[in-house]
Design a protein around this ligand. Sequence first.
Ligand SMILES: Cc1cc2nc3c(=O)[nH]c(=O)nc-3n(C[C@H](O)[C@H](O)[C@H](O)COP(=O)(O)OP(=O)(O)OC[C@H]3O[C@@H](n4cnc5c(N)ncnc54)[C@H](O)[C@@H]3O)c2cc1C
Length: 426
Amino acid sequence: MPEPSTPTARKPRRYSVFAIAREAMRLHSGWERAWADAQPRGRYKVVVIGAGGHGLATAYYLGKNFGITDVAVLEKGWLGGGNTGRNTTIIRSNYLQDPSAAIYDKSLKLYETLSQELNYNVMFSPRGLIMLAQTEHEVRGYKRTAIANHLQGVATRWIEPAEVKRLVPIMNIDGPRYPVLGGLYQERGGTARHDAVAWGYARACSQMGMDIVQNCEVAGVDIAGGRVRAVETTRGRIECDKLAIVVAGHSSVVAEMAGFRLPIESIALQALVSEPIKPCMDVVVMANTVHGYLSQSDKGEMVIGGGTDGFNNYTQRGSWQHVEETVRALIETFPMLSRLKMLRQWGGIVDMTGDRSPILSATPVGGVFVNCGWGTGGFKAIPGSGWAMAELVAKGAPGPLAADFGMSRFAEGRFIDESVAAGVAH
Ligand SMILES: Cc1cc2nc3c(=O)[nH]c(=O)nc-3n(C[C@H](O)[C@H](O)[C@H](O)COP(=O)(O)OP(=O)(O)OC[C@H]3O[C@@H](n4cnc5c(N)ncnc54)[C@H](O)[C@@H]3O)c2cc1C
């Protein structure tokens, strides 16, 4: 018999300047664990598979917006150890299509106050973001996006090469192959600390009495009469009324356990960082024609990302050829990179849909919902996605933010095409 379901909320201990002073006085002996290392119970109202940012944010907004706290978040590895802890942290909402702009801008607005809301410093840094136009085609495309963004109420603007150079003096805008012809500038765009986003949501969920269970892999989904009954895990069977599958690159694998297929391809995406150097660039730059993007971390490292691998795979690691490809692509525009040592590289498994837009959807199985397809660009979407997914799970039907992102759009030909609009979708 499963144990009874008894969520117990923990009284939140606030982080503040007074708490730091108090702990300094007692040699930091009073800090408590940020979240409880929970043992799974036998039954929950809602089980979320995947303790990445999207899974944790889903759980958080289930509690905050709908009062549903009888929730377990099950993670096969460690919290935030998937793409959430592996991305290059770019945040922006300058998408072309209306449904995309709506959900990404909701997310950006939530990011703007997330540290205060979670009482956890996610180091959100709205330092501005430029998408470089390096071909005539991109000039036309980004001018069009600037107008679309204006109509959507998302503040972006087209900037000329001289302003790009003023904002990023280290850039060579006169490259022989790909000169900088201007850019799409979003002043509110920027970065945040990726682990902190996962940790902040985890702490808030734990304080609401939810169980975050690490080292707990879901290996099967038990369905009876077309409805979910339980999940089989490496730590036993866990019953639930509703199941949210939020596992990014493993979405097809878990969907198969529940007996349906997803229009998802899983591909490794890689990134790398240089040795730390003095502050030299306080804007995020994306160069989509050459397929590279760049920002400087608070530690001084140049954080560099490129394109996906050219073939589907589940390999969570970097490769030499990718370092060369990505850095070579960027050197014409950022010659200083040629003199930097590269420190680390890594990879994550991203979940790509054909139209490069996410899926937030009910599924053919009663009580099972899926959130995936954020591909190479879902870090920025974590708060907005969690908000919309919580509504979908709580009500059983999508709210306005998720309404267009159902999986039936692929059968019905209602694509939300961001692949042409963004080139790379980070
Ligand atoms: C190199 C790289 C750079 C990127 N750069 C950016 C960027 O600059 N900006 C941006 O917006 N996005 C970026 N992204 C994309 C972004 O990281 C992802 O879209 C986002 O983190 C997805 O979050 P998630 O919570 O859905 O997935 P994840 O963080 O991957 O979480 C899913 C979790 O599910 C767990 N899981 C899987 N299967 C099971 C199972 N059977 N049982 C239990 N748990 C399971 C995994 O272990 C994992 O922890 C980048 C991604 C990569 C890899």
